[in-house]
Design a protein around this ligand. Sequence first.
Ligand code: AMP
Length: 192
Amino acid sequence: MNIILLGPPGAGKGTQARKLVDDRNMVQLSTGDMLRAARTSGTEMGRKVAAVMDRGELVTDEIVIGLIREQLLAAGDHGGFIFDGFPRTLAQADALGELLSEIGARVDHVIELEVNDDVLVERIIGRAAETVAAGGQARADDNEESLKTRLMAYYKQTSPLVGYYYAKGDLKTVDGLASMDDVAQSIADAIA
Ligand code: AMP
C-alpha cells in the first residue's frame, strides 16, 4: 500500500510518516530529508539547491523526481511507501503515477492533513526554538520570512493536488490539529 501525506509545512507529515514506518514497516520517502542529506554530504546537487531551500522556494521538478525514482528502484521488501513532501506540483504528481506504474504499483491513498495557518506558524517557530534550546541547529528555512514563502508555495503550487486527487477518488482529509495519536488513528481509519 502506497500513501501520500499532503499538507502545508508544519502540518505533521514527517511525524505521522515516522509513525507509519514504526507501526507498519513502511518506507518513508521524504524529498526534504533527501535534499538536506545532499546538502550535508556536499554533493553538487546539494550545493545547487541550498539557497532555493533556504528561501523556502521549491527546487525543480527534475531534481526531486530524480531522487524519488532512485529510491523507488532501490527499495527492497517493505510494507509500502509513504510519500512525505512529495509530490508538491502537478507535474510531480503525474510523474509519481508513471513511476509507480512502472514498478506495478499505484497511489492507494492520499491523506490531506488539514490545519489552520496560525497554528502552522506557531508550530514551526516553536520547532526552531525547541531545537536551539536543546543545543541543536534549527532548520535554515524555519524562520518567519522563509515560512511565508513556503506557505505561498504550498497554496500556489501544491494545494491544487487536493483537487487532483479528489477527482481521482483517492483523497481523504483528516484533522491535522488533533493530538498526534488522534491524527494517527484518523489516518489508520482512512487507509483501513
Ligand atoms: P520539507 O522538509 O518537506 O519541508 O522540504 C524542505 C524544502 O525542500 C522545501 O521548502 C523545498 O525547498 C524543498 N523540497 C522538498 N520537497 C520538494 C518537492 N517535492 N519539490 C520541490 N521542492 C521540494
